[in-house]
Design a protein around this ligand. Structure first.
Ligand SMILES: [Zn+2]
Length: 280
């Protein structure tokens, strides 16, 4: 029982290190190894599996993360609702450092990442996934979004409700021209890790939503030297305790019984392989 969870959080040791009775669980998947072990503990009466997205030593850059294994691992221990907090750059002057934004749309500008479980390659058990196209018009679970927004409100942190997260390949930051272009499209924030997490969760029938913390104004939205890694770390460090409190309250607010359509993502299509989620 201690190795099962109902909720997954993709986030580092800053989130789970002080929970009581954390069980470390190693999970292997048909798509390779996740970023790290899962750390499963209890929070507000809910079993939560934490997965350090970049590995516990933060050794994996965004483009080297095995997103497929990460989502599969969370689903295989029973997690059906996943929160994916991430650090982002603000694309509008009003979204300065310390802004919390709960996106309702995303734009994928990644280049080299495996984006589907259904790519026709046989799995180690000999089964081969069928071709499946999931609906992704609304990439985030609305129940998860509302839980995060309500939690932020309780901590007097008025989160921006909705907006578009543009996910770039990285690991470099954007040029000024790219940044101005992203902003001109009307997109809100830019990050490197929110995708393909979102679509992979959808393919497994998981509820997934993100919670973005602005650590800097992106190159085109400010007039200084551009984004630096040190500044991102400084702002993230300053806000991580606050973000953790919001995240924990969001976990507590997630519905015990799912009331959304996320589990029906495949719409009755036969995936051809045995998936760890979807059934409940
Ligand atoms: Zn959902």
């Amino acid at each position: 029982m201690s190795e099962q969870a109902e909720i997954g959080v993709v986030g580092g040791s800053g989130f789970y290190s002080f929970l009581d009775d954390v069980t470390e669980v190693t999970v292997d998947t048909p798509y390779g190894e996740p970023s790290d072990s899962l750390f499963i503990g209890e929070l507000a009466g809910r079993r939560v599996a934490f997965l350090p997205r970049h590995g516990r030593k933060h050794h994996l850059p965004p483009h080297r993360i095995n997103y497929r294994a990460n989502m599969w691992a969370l689903s295989s221990v029973g997690a059906r609702q996943v929160l994916g907090p991430c650090a982002v750059g603000g694309l509008r002057p009003e979204y300065g450092p310390g802004t919390l934004l709960v996106p309702d749309q995303l734009v994928d500008r990644t280049k080299s990442r495996a984006q589907t479980y259904f790519d026709g390659e046989p799995l180690p058990d000999g089964t081969t996934p069928h071709v499946v196209h999931v609906t992704f018009a609304d990439p985030y679970c609305e129940s998860g979004r509302q839980a995060s927004l309500a939690a932020a409100r309780e901590h007097d942190w008025e989160a921006v409700d909705g907006g578009t997260l543009c996910v770039v390949e990285g690991p470099r930051f954007s040029t000024r021209a790219e940044s101005l272009w992203h902003a001109a499209q009307g997109w809100s924030v830019v990050g490197m890790t929110g995708h393909p997490e979102a679509v992979l969760a959808r393919e497994l029938g998981l509820c997934y939503s993100s919670l973005t913390l602005v650590t800097d104004l992106d190159a085109g939205a400010e007039s200084g030297e551009g984004v630096s890694h040190e500044e991102v770390l400084r702002v993230f460090g300053k806000n991580v305790g606050r973000l953790r409190n919001v995240l924990f309250d969001a976990v507590a607010k997630l519905p015990e019984k799912r009331d959304c359509g996320c589990a029906q993502a495949l719409g009755g299509m036969d995936p051809g392989i045995e998936l760890p989620g979807l059934l409940d």
